[in-house]
Each structure stands twice: as structure tokens, then as C-alpha cells.
Design a protein around this ligand. Structure first.
Ligand code: SF4
Length: 346
């Protein structure tokens, strides 16, 4: 199987006249200057040189949130630079991320010409009141329209949703996930809201109007949403913002994060929490009082079964007075596990 690689190219601050309360685009993307076609070539060359595998599939990803809102000639220049590598057979495809109200038939036809394969939409919520509160400046109807059009033009559809937006409850987020599932995305990203310096949200946070989620709340909400998407076969490709020099622990000097559920291993907390729930469920169904169990899993899952800083093992000991031995078993598929009772209380 080919190993998949992404070449991320951030297109910050270009073409976005919006002012979402949680966003300070320059700081999220980690760049401040405009990106040129030469920058694109340089970045691609740099990554290609550093990829080790010969048998690989490479995708160039233009991140930044509003790609198709940029001046169309600038878009074409950047896409053309990436497309040169597709023509040479060095890159397989291109993906972009954009706003739902920046999608129409002409835009899609243009993206097709340059071999864009995946379009990710920043949805955030399906509740118009919440979208309005965050000054998103589009409605859920725009998301529905754009998603249908993207699929009709045979692109892979991606959705990005947020947890802990202003006035958003867990129920709102469950409803968003339900609404998105109906639109059949292939991939989803889940981002808990962080309060970033210089944003309108920071002011609301300082005045006490906005209370961010705690890490524990964000993990619980992310678990519920991830279950929902996975159950429908939708690939959750990211949980939590990418850590950078600036998107890091608020205690770090360079951090632009003021508050919110930042954790360097947020995804692992969610995955490990989901494993814990499944294991605890099985243990509850064992009829005898067990002292030691063995859990067999594929090597891919060992870290998540053990948990961040062995959290799951510690919790099982505290709650069930249970010693756990985790064993690698490549016969088991990733995501599957087997429990064997090694010792019971007399
Ligand atoms: S549309 Fe995207 S890039 Fe523009 S302000 Fe909102 S979140 Fe930031």
C-alpha cells in the first residue's frame, strides 16, 4: 500500500473579508506574508526531497480557510504551480479548504481543471444562531448548497466543525454532526475553540461573556461526535488544532493561545477515552470479580489503549481494582481487541 503524504501550504489572510470572532488567521497559519507560486514550488520541492518512501501518494493541501475567496488570478497561479508537479507525476492531487459561501459552479469547474480532488468546507455549526453569534457571515443553507454541489462535481467533500463555540451546547454539536452526516462528507475535522490573542473572542473571554470548554469537556464532546461520524464510516482526519510555535500551551512565552482546551496530545486523549469506554463496557459484562486481565490489540492501538501518561491503566486500577497487561497481537485488526481474564479474586 502506498504511504500517503501531505504537503501543507498555508495561504493566510488572503481574500478573507470576514471577521469570525474566534479567528486570527495570521496567527493560526503561522505566516504573515502572501504566498506566491514560487513559494508553492519551493515548499513542494522541500517536502519531496525529505519524503523517504519510494512508494508514496503525495497531496498538496492549501490550508487557510478561504482559498476560493482569493483573487481568482492568484488562485490560478498557486494551483498551476502545484499542478506542474501533478503533470510531472511527482504529486497525486490537490486539496483546498474554503468557506461554504465561496463555492459555485464556475469555481468548481476551475478547481477541476487544476486537479483539485478534495474540498474542505469550514462549517463550524449547523445552527444559524451560533454561526451568527460567531460572525461567520454565512448560514447552514450555504453549507448544504455547497456540499451538494461539491459532490455533484465529484470532488471529495470534507467538513470542519467546532466544539465550544459561543452559546453552543453539546446538543447543538450533536445536531451539527447529524446534519453533516446527511450531507455525506468523506472526511471531517473537529476543532475545539481556543481563545486566540487579538480576536473578538478574547475580549468576550476577558469580560466574562465567554467561557471556553475545559480540556475534559472538550474531550467528552469530541468523543461523542467522533463516535457518530465513525459509525457512518466517515473518516475523522483531525481532532484538535495542529500544534505550532504559536498554537501551544498558553504558559509558553510565544503562545498566542489565551485560554481554552489546549492539549498537546488532544487527539490521543479522545482516542484513548474511546478505548477506555469500550474496555470498561466489556469488563462490566464479565461475571466474576477479576484481578488481572490481558488486553490484546494491534500494535497501532497500544498507545491509545494504555492512554496518555498511562491514564487508562491507572483509571482501571482505581475504579475496578484491576491490573492490566496490554499485549500486541498483529492478528487483530486495528480498532479490535480481545480481553482474557488472567486472575480472579477468590
Ligand atoms: S472565514 Fe475563515 S479565515 Fe476568514 S475570519 Fe473566518 S475563520 Fe478566519
Amino acid at each position: 500500500m502506498k504511504k500517503e503524504y501531505i504537503i501543507p501550504i498555508f495561504v493566510p489572510n488572503l481574500g478573507c473579508p470576514n471577521d469570525c470572532t474566534f479567528c486570527n488567521q495570521k496567527k493560526i497559519s503561522g505566516e504573515t506574508t502572501n504566498v506566491t507560486p514560487d513559494d508553492v514550488r519551493e515548499t513542494i520541492e522541500y517536502y519531496l526531497k525529505n519524503f523517504k518512501d519510494d512508494n508514496k501518494y503525495v497531496e498538496v493541501a492549501f490550508f487557510g480557510g478561504s482559498f476560493t475567496g482569493i483573487d481568482v488570478d492568484v488562485q490560478k497561479g498557486l494551483l498551476e504551480a502545484a499542478n506542474e508537479y501533478i503533470k510531472k507525476g511527482k504529486v497525486g492531487s490537490i486539496r483546498i479548504s474554503t468557506r461554504p459561501d465561496y463555492i459555485n459552479k464556475d469555481i468548481l469547474k476551475m478547481l477541476k481543471k487544476y486537479n483539485v480532488k478534495t474540498i474542505e468546507l469550514g462549517v463550524q455549526s449547523s445552527n444559524d444562531y451560533i454561526l451568527n453569534k460567531s460572525r461567520r457571515n454565512h448560514t447552514f443553507k450555504d453549507v448544504q448548497k455547497a456540499s451538494k454541489l461539491i459532490r455533484r462535481y465529484h470532488f471529495n467533500l470534507g467538513h470542519q466543525m467546532m466544539l465550544g463555540m459561543q452559546d453552543s451546547t453539546e446538543i447543538d454539536e450533536i445536531n451539527t454532526a447529524k446534519d453533516l452526516i446527511k450531507l455525506k462528507p468523506k472526511i471531517v475535522r473537529i476543532y475545539p475553540v481556543l481563545v486566540i490573542k487579538g480576536t473578538a473572542l478574547e475580549k468576550e473571554y476577558n469580560s466574562g461573556e465567554y467561557t471556553p470548554l475545559t480540556v475534559e469537556q472538550a474531550v467528552e464532546r469530541a468523543k461523542t461526535i467522533t463516535y457518530m461520524f465513525r459509525k457512518k464510516g466517515i473518516n475523522v482526519i483531525r481532532i484538535g488544532l495542529q500544534n505550532t510555535e504559536e498554537i501551544t500551551d498558553p504558559k509558553q512565552e510565544k503562545s498566542e493561545v489565551v485560554a481554552g482546551p489546549f492539549h498537546p496530545a488532544f487527539r490521543q486523549l479522545v482516542e484513548a477515552g474511546m478505548w477506555y469506554d469500550s474496555i470498561a463496557e466489556k469488563i462490566k459484562n464479565i461475571n466474576t470479580k477479576v484481578k488481572t486481565i490481558e488486553i490484546k490489540v494491534n500494535s497501532e492501538d497500544i498507545n491509545n489503549v494504555v492512554g496518555h501518561k498511562k491514564e487508562n491503566i491507572i483509571k482501571l486500577k482505581e475504579l475496578y481494582d484491576l491490573d492490566v497487561v496490554v499485549k500486541q497481537d498483529e492478528k487483530l485488526k486495528p480498532g479490535k481487541f480481545e480481553i482474557n481474564v488472567l486472575e480472579t479474586f477468590q
